[in-house]
Unconditional design. Structure first.
Lengths: 392, 395
């Protein structure tokens, strides 16, 4: 065993240049794999959190931008007058927003203040934050990413200009930066405040409309039942609705945005293929160079299985080293260098999960095994007599 | 005389496995790269058709796109002060086209209608056809102002369901007014081709609106767009104006960020490919040391050996490159080449088709040749420095 390890080590260091180049050719695709998977996993986590929250999203059937009358909230609540299974109905209106002389767009949503607290327990607002939010009609809860981006803190007074009527600047008081929330970007303000402003500044614009409702259900059964009941309730009316669970609703948004998860999955599949080919190339070159050696080994009594495992372990070791470097480099880079501030659409912070690195190393191992199959089988089958005859 | 190409060509087939593996590595990288180049080219082509410097898009101050802008009539009339606007020769009317932009959710054809896209619906008057000069009716006829009829952009009709000629779609505030599709229009491939157009008064009525979304101006040929923009944003009018290229540049910002990330990832893959080529070429040099010494003996110079090995690597890379482009084209024709994306702030879909243009192929092949040169440079230098006497003496 000990002898075998030494032989393995010598084999790997025999042609250091080739070993390094192969490590790079396997490691770099692993870098891409890790980065892509981190984004995909991040988005899935985001969606899974959405699914866990047992919320329904109700939008207009014609299109998400067609508004719904806010009176629908009462009608929806009337499906469960006790409020035990339909625990909160929160009307929302997207108002966007920009600050003066800054091209960056801020995503702000005006919501019904009280139902919001009940519908979004995942925000884990402290009692003090909750209190400040409910008491002050100019309160705003910032996404922590947005807060960091603009340098806003709790207690600040900020001025935003909505991206739709009334378009006039509105002052908000920051009450929380939602540090526990999964969505780091969206800001939340009171819909009553927005409607007042709208009435005052832009009376000709339609009033009391919402973009969609978010509805909190008590259980999964309730979620499935109300999803159908709500659409049935408004069937035949002027504004028919389309109700989806929150995950489906968010997913529709993601697929509109370039469908990042799918494209990244394809990209990482191609890179893994690249790594397999690169490693196979090296192993077949090694086999060619050491043809005589394997023949001699067999001639002096080592079995086919020994030679087979020798080639397999060499390839495995080579790819594991390359893969480990490739998998751990982005992990370190996105944890300890300025790269950790890179923003990614939707999930904002690119967190490289250790599990993704572990997967990458596992895949690198698999690449090693696959790459060595052909040379190892050839060596296994090699007829000693023929092999020795070919010796120069 | 340099080493003949056939020598290098045959050398590639001496080590068939190694050559095949290297070609596959290169082909995979090139396939991804070509796909992205095609994507970027189609996006650019579409944007290039929306780069009319003499077309100004006016929206409400504070709005970020036509779709969330609302201009009341009394603000629209202020635009009459813009005397740089071109004038329609027959009616003597200024070419200012008030428009309304809303959206309708339509199923995507490419996944069998499982997902939906937000397609823009634009209400226009006859002035729009003088302001947006690229619009041509490609099939069917123009909508009639008296009936509920719409015309559909060709890209939209290709990619979204239920909007062929003769189909009816439900529009309106409550989605309860059915409009008949009577024609298809083209816009030379520009972003307007992803839209549905109908008669403005009919659509404002259906959507219960009293305001316009935007006003598109056609400027006189000698007018300066910058001064018009300044005038519209100035104290007298107080609206927001952008030339068409600026507007679309901003809308495609997000997609260009994605493309930038994708290019970084592909360059990482290129480095992996370079390593693989270097590996192959080092092995080739090591295996042919005696051959090289022989070539040197019969009179080939160091330089000829150097360029010879680089040439061999470029040959190898180009085989991979051609294979990669072919794979990319096969993917596009088998899996589909239609794509749509969200404007950064419009919430509407821009549909376009990815095409592997000759330019994209050329860029991909030149890049892969460069990769081949870089990968083979160190091994080729080693080959050119082979010590002739000792190499010949080796067994």
């Amino acid at each position: 065993m000990h002898l075998r390890l030494i032989y393995l080590y010598r084999n790997l260091t025999r042609n250091p240049l080739r070993t390094c180049l192969t490590c790079a050719a396997v490691g770099l695709p692993m870098v891409i794999y890790v980065l892509s998977s981190a984004v995909i996993v991040g988005m899935e986590k985001f969606l899974d959190n959405s699914a866990k929250q047992l919320r329904l999203a109700v939008a207009h059937k014609a299109s998400i931008v067609n508004p719904l009358p806010d009176g629908y909230a009462r009608k929806i609540q009337s499906l469960d007058p006790t409020g035990t299974r339909l625990t909160a109905v929160c009307g929302m209106r997207w108002i966007g927003g920009k600050i003066e002389n800054d091209p960056r767009l801020v995503s702000t949503v005006a919501v019904d203040a009280e139902p919001f607290v009940n519908a979004f327990p995942d925000y884990q607002l402290t009692p003090a934050e909750k209190d400040a939010w409910l008491k002050d009609r100019q309160a705003i809860i910032l996404g922590r990413g947005t807060a960091a981006q603009f340098g806003w803190n709790v207690g600040d007074r900020i001025t935003l200009r909505p991206s739709l009527p009334p378009y006039t600047p509105m002052e908000f008081h920051v009450v929380s930066t939602a540090d526990k929330a999964t969505d780091p970007l969206t800001n939340w303000c009171h819909r009553t405040y927005f409607e007042e402003e709208l009435k005052k500044q832009y009376p000709e614009a339609p009033q009391n409309m919402v973009s969609f409702f978010f509805i909190k259900c008590a259980s999964r059964q309730d979620l499935d039942r109300f999803r159908i009941q709500i659409d049935d309730l408004f069937k035949g009316s002027i504004d028919e609705t389309k109700t989806q669970d929150e995950k489906a609703f968010m997913n529709e948004y993601i697929t509109q945005q370039f469908n990042l998860p799918r494209n990244l999955a394809i990209l990482s599949a191609v890179t893994v293929f690249v790594a397999i080919m690169a490693a196979t190339n090296t192993m077949s070159m090694n086999f060619r160079d050491r043809f005589n050696e394997y023949a001699t080994l067999k001639a002096i009594g080592f079995g086919g299985g020994y030679v087979f495992s020798l080639i397999q372990t060499e390839s495995l070791g080579l790819c594991l080293v390359g893969g480990a470097i490739g998998a751990l480099a982005p992990y370190a880079a996105f944890r300890f260098t300025p790269l950790r501030n890179v923003t990614v659409p939707l999930i904002q912070h690119l967190e490289i999960q250790p599990i993704v690195c572990a997967y990458a190393i596992g895949i690198a191992g698999a690449i090693g095994v696959i790459a060595a199959v052909w040379p190892a089988v050839q060596a296994f089958r090699m007829k000693v007599v023929t092999a020795l005859r070919n010796l120069e | 005389m340099a080493l003949p190409i056939s020598y290098h060509w045959r050398s590639l087939f001496v080590r068939k496995t190694t050559t095949l593996m290297t070609v596959l590595v290169i082909a995979s990288v090139v396939a991804v790269f070509a796909y992205m180049l095609g994507f970027a080219a189609s996006l650019r082509a579409s944007m290039a058709m929306a780069s009319d410097e003499h077309k100004v898009i006016v929206i409400k101050r504070g709005a970020t796109a036509e779709s969330n802008s609302a201009i009341p009539t009394e603000e629209f009339v202020k635009l009459a002060q813009v005397n740089e606007t071109a004038v329609d020769p027959s009616s003597k009317q200024p070419l200012q086209s008030p428009e309304m932009l809303v959206q309708v959710s339509l199923p995507r054809l490419r996944d069998g209608g499982k997902t939906f896209a937000n397609v823009a619906v634009r209400g226009v008057t006859d002035k729009a056809f003088a302001v947006h000069r690229t619009i041509r009716i490609a099939e069917g006829r123009m909508f009639e102002t008296g009936s509920r009829e719409v015309i559909v952009g060709k890209s939209a009709a290709d990619q979204f369901g239920g909007i062929g000629i003769g189909d009816t779609i439900n529009l309106g505030y409550g989605g309860d007014r059915s409009y008949k599709v009577v024609g298809l229009f083209s816009a030379e491939g520009g972003p307007l081709e992803s839209e549905i157009w109908g008669y403005l008064p009919s659509l404002t009525n259906a959507y219960n609106r009293t305001m316009y979304s935007s006003v598109n101006l056609r400027l006189k040929d000698d007018a300066s767009a910058a001064s018009v923009v300044a005038k519209i944003q100035g104290p007298a009018i107080q609206l927001q104006a952008q030339t068409e290229p600026d507007y679309w540049n901003e809308q495609s910002r997000l997609i260009r960020v994605y493309l930038g990330i994708a290019y970084i990832l592909v360059s990482v893959m290129c480095v992996a490919a370079i390593c693989s080529i270097a590996n192959t070429m080092y092995a080739a040099v090591a295996g042919r040391t005696r051959e090289i010494a022989m070539l040197r003996t019969i009179g080939f110079s160091e330089r000829q050996i150097l360029t010879g090995f680089i040439l061999e690597s470029v040959l190898l890379s180009l085989i991979g490159g051609v294979l990669g482009c072919a794979a990319c084209q096969a993917w596009l024709s088998l899996v589909g080449s239609t794509k749509d994306m969200f404007g950064a702030t419009t919430f509407t879909t821009l549909a376009f088709q990815i095409r592997l243009t000759p330019l994209a192929i050329a860029i991909a092949l030149v890049s892969v040749a460069v990769v081949g040169v870089i990968g083979s440079l160190p091994p080729a230098v080693r080959a050119s420095r082979v010590q002739v006497i000792s190499a010949l003496r080796e067994p």
